[in-house]
Design a protein around this ligand. Structure first.
Ligand code: ZN
Ligand code: ZN
Length: 154
């Protein structure tokens, strides 16, 4: 798209803006490619592998910007750091207690839980969340292998 304003403010600004856009796209791509809901630190480490010069501040700034733009969702647990989610639809999550990764579940979002104020003693529900906790397939396999081994020793 042709942007008249950009041309007027001059070459230096255009260069800076292009760099900013590139860094923002990189952050967004990392979140999109890693559906286990990475934290800011995890995103920063992955970004540095691709763009070694990227700073912690830049990654944080872009995460906030992307979340404010509605391109990603902030997912804050009751404890620990905020995770970032590319999936903007309402959906439920699964937390692996072993590796602490968060996964999307195939469970359909249950709109019937968002009751009207009449049915909720005047409380208006806007959305709800559900967190399932257990072991992810990878950690479950490790756990089963370990159990197999201890069985052999006995
Ligand atoms: Zn796990
Ligand atoms: Zn999710």
């Amino acid at each position: 798209m042709y942007n008249k304003k950009l041309v007027i403010i001059g070459g230096k600004t255009i260069l800076k803006q292009t760099r900013n856009t590139k860094q923002r796209e990189l952050v967004l791509k990392i979140i999109k490619d890693h559906p286990m809901h990475p934290t800011a630190d995890e995103i920063y480490n992955m970004a540095r592998e691709i763009e070694p010069k990227i700073s912690h501040g830049t990654v944080y700034r872009n995460l906030n910007l992307l979340a404010d733009m509605g391109k990603i969702r902030r997912l804050s647990m009751t404890y620990g750091p905020v995770h970032y989610d590319f999936n903007k639809e309402f959906h439920y999550h699964f937390l692996c207690r072993k590796c602490n990764k968060i996964f999307d579940t195939p469970i359909p979002y249950d709109n019937s839980l968002n009751q009207t104020p009449e049915n909720m003693n005047g409380f208006k529900t806007e959305w709800h969340r559900l967190l399932l906790i257990g072991l992810c397939p990878g950690c479950l396999k490790l756990e089963n292998d370990k159990n197999e081994k201890t069985k052999d020793i006995k």
